[in-house]
Design a protein around this ligand. Sequence first.
Ligand code: H2U
Ligand code: ZN
Length: 334
Amino acid sequence: MDVPHRRYNPLTGEWVLVSAGRTDRPWQGSTEAPSAVGRSEYDPDCYLCPGNERAGGATNPHYPDTFVFSNDFAALRPDVAHHEVADGLLRAESEPGTCRVICYSPRHDLDLASMPTEGIRTVIDLWAAQTEELSADYRWVQVFENRGAAMGASNPHPHGQIWAGTALPDEPRKEDAGQFAHHSGTGSPLLLDYLAQELGGERVVSANDTWAALVPYWAVWPFELLVVPRRHVRWMPDTTGDERDDLARLLGEVLESYDSLFDHPFPYSMGWHGAPAPASDHGHWQLHAHFYPPLLRSATVRKHMVGYELLAEVQRDLTAEEAAARLRDLAGAG
Ligand code: H2U
Ligand code: ZN
């Protein structure tokens, strides 16, 4: 469709306004400062490097691959007493939880995109183990990563975060409802039916035997990606060893295409969505990752979520099909 139109996101029930052909308009607004390149393997000032002291006073061990610690400035704490406010329209509830930081590698100069496949596989194993462990105490375990200063990462050392909490937060709550409704009506997981419709098509960026990465039809961010296993998998702990190897390869490939796009380390927020705990009660869920990268036209010009998007509805100029074609051309090519 080359006329302005709205696309429906069946996962969340939200719409996105697509107005193709506006990407060439002049830009005299803010630009992102490209982050410094040429990091060394070890940085004595980095609070995530092995053997260094953190801001909270603890000292990191000399970890050989991955390392997990409780966030020294956690947004959620386990020890909050139960408390509720129900005063007319004023409503609140206490939220016990916990926050962890996960280092992907002892090497300060790597990131997920530049790590060897075995290194990415070790990170996937950690994501799965942490999800399973924290699900014993918490309903929602959010594994995520902010990459690049443009997305708020505080340090270039390869790392991600995990926040686990008692409530089902807004995004997964919408996805839970969308997947439940689809599954109740059809008997099959929404994202598997979606993949069946998309595989081999113009929005697929990369696919192997067990995974696919695509720019979803309803993408909001310019080069947004959805990464989905090709069989029914409710959450990360249910993935097999072979699937984790395939995922490590696929992530390496798509991250390489991201970095080649503007010839610059591509900033993003990414995270995993899988069944809330207990996963056995959520057969309608299909595991998936979202990648939300802000860059639009170059390493310095990003999409801003402002104006109409804050006040009415999200909007994009570059179509999902154009974005997928550009990423597909680059996937594995560098
Ligand atoms: P980000 O780069 O996505 O901000 O993640 C880094 C996290 O590390 C951040 O949440 C925590 C910050 O609170 N942190 C520590 O726990 N200890 C430190 O010494 C510095 C930063
Ligand atoms: Zn470091």
